[in-house]
Ligand binder design. Structure first.
Ligand code: SF4
Length: 288
C-alpha cells in the first residue's frame, strides 16, 4: 500500500495501529507517512479488563510499542480506550491514568529519547456501546450519570499535564446504544424526533437530546429500556431472526467468560466453536 500511495502522491493517514504487532520495522515503513503522533488502541486500563474483553494485548506490549515510537523520534502518542465496558470498576478507570503515567515515565527514562523535547500522551475515551451479534449484546450500557462519574474519576486520577484527556458525550453514546439494539417500535421514535427537527445528529452542534427525549415520551418508550437494561440469556432479541452463522450460545459462553476475565485464544490457533464452521463453505478453520 505505501509504495502505491507514494507513487500516486497520496497522503496516507493511519488512524490507529495494532499494539500486538507494532515493531521497529513497521515504524521504518510508515516513516514516509507524515504524522505528528502515533495512535494505539489500548482498549482498557488494566490487564484484567483487557482479558475480560478478549483483547489479547499486554501492558508490556503497549509500553514496548510506545518505546519503539519514541526511539523512532516520535514524542506524541494517542491511546484509545473504551469506558463503560462490562465488568469495569473504578480501579479499571484508574488503570487508564496509571498506564498513561507509565508511558510518560518511560519517555523520560529513555536515554535515546528525542532530545530537548517533551512527551505528549493523548487519551481518548469512547463510551462502550453494546452491539447485536457480539458477546456483549446482553449487557447494559452504563448510565450517562455513571459514565460522567467515571470521566470525572479519570480526570482526578491523572496527575500530569503531559496527559491530555478527551471523551465522548454520554448522551450521544446513549442514543447510539438505543439505536444499536432497538426494535421495530423505534421507527415511530425516529420519525417523531425528525418531525421535531432532529437531523444530522452525529454532528455535535446539531444533536438535540432534549428533542429525542420528547420523542421517546410521545411514543411511550424509555431509552433506558434499550440502553441500560441487562437482557436475560433466554430473552428473544429483535435480531435473533437473522442468522449470521455465529450461534447465540457462543455469544452467551463468551459473555460468561468475560465476567470471569478469561480470554479466548485467537481462533487461528484454537477453534472456539463459534458456529461459523458449519455455516456455508470455506468460511473458517476447516478450510484454512
Ligand atoms: S475457527 Fe471458525 S468455527 Fe472456530 S471459532 Fe474461529 S471462526 Fe468460529
Amino acid at each position: 500500500m505505501l509504495p502505491w500511495t507514494k507513487e500516486k502522491r497520496i497522503n496516507l493517514a493511519l488512524p490507529s495501529l495494532r499494539i500486538d504487532n507494532f515493531s521497529d520495522e513497521l515504524l521504518q515503513k510508515i516513516a514516509s507517512v507524515r504524522q505528528s503522533g502515533l495512535t494505539f488502541a489500548a482498549e482498557a486500563g488494566t490487564q484484567r479488563l483487557r482479558d475480560a474483553i478478549n483483547k489479547n494485548i499486554t501492558e508490556e506490549e503497549i509500553l514496548s510499542s510506545c518505546r519503539t515510537a519514541f526511539a523512532g523520534g516520535y514524542t506524541a502518542v494517542k491511546l484509545y480506550f473504551m469506558m463503560g465496558l462490562p465488568t469495569e470498576t473504578m480501579e479499571d478507570v484508574e488503570g487508564i491514568a496509571a498506564l498513561s503515567q507509565k508511558i510518560v515515565d518511560l519517555f523520560y527514562a529513555m536515554p535515546d529519547r528525542p532530545k530537548g523535547k517533551s512527551v505528549s500522551v493523548s487519551v481518548s475515551c469512547a463510551t462502550f456501546v453494546p452491539k447485536p451479534f457480539t458477546p456483549f449484546q446482553f449487557e447494559p450500557q452504563d448510565t450517562a450519570d455513571l459514565i460522567r462519574a467515571k470521566q470525572q474519576h479519570l480526570l482526578d486520577a491523572v496527575k500530569t499535564r503531559k496527559v491530555r484527556l478527551s471523551w465522548h458525550d454520554p448522551a450521544t453514546s446513549l442514543m447510539e446504544a438505543v439505536l444499536a439494539r432497538g426494535d421495530r417500535r423505534l421507527g415511530a421514535v425516529i420519525y417523531d424526533a425528525w418531525k421535531r427537527g432532529c437531523t444530522f445528529d452525529s454532528w455535535g452542534e446539531y444533536f438535540r437530546f432534549d428533542r429525542w427525549q420528547e420523542a421517546f415520551a410521545a411514543c411511550g418508550l424509555d431509552p433506558a429500556f434499550y440502553a441500560n437494561r441487562r437482557r436475560a440469556y433466554d430473552e428473544i432479541l429483535p435480531w435473533d431472526v437473522i442468522d449470521v452463522g455465529v450461534t447465540k450460545d457462543f455469544f452467551i459462553r463468551q459473555d460468561e467468560l468475560a465476567h470471569e476475565s478469561v480470554p479466548t485464544p485467537n481462533c487461528r490457533q484454537q477453534c472456539a466453536g463459534c458456529g461459523a464452521a458449519v455455516y456455508g463453505e470455506g468460511l473458517c478453520c476447516e478450510k484454512r
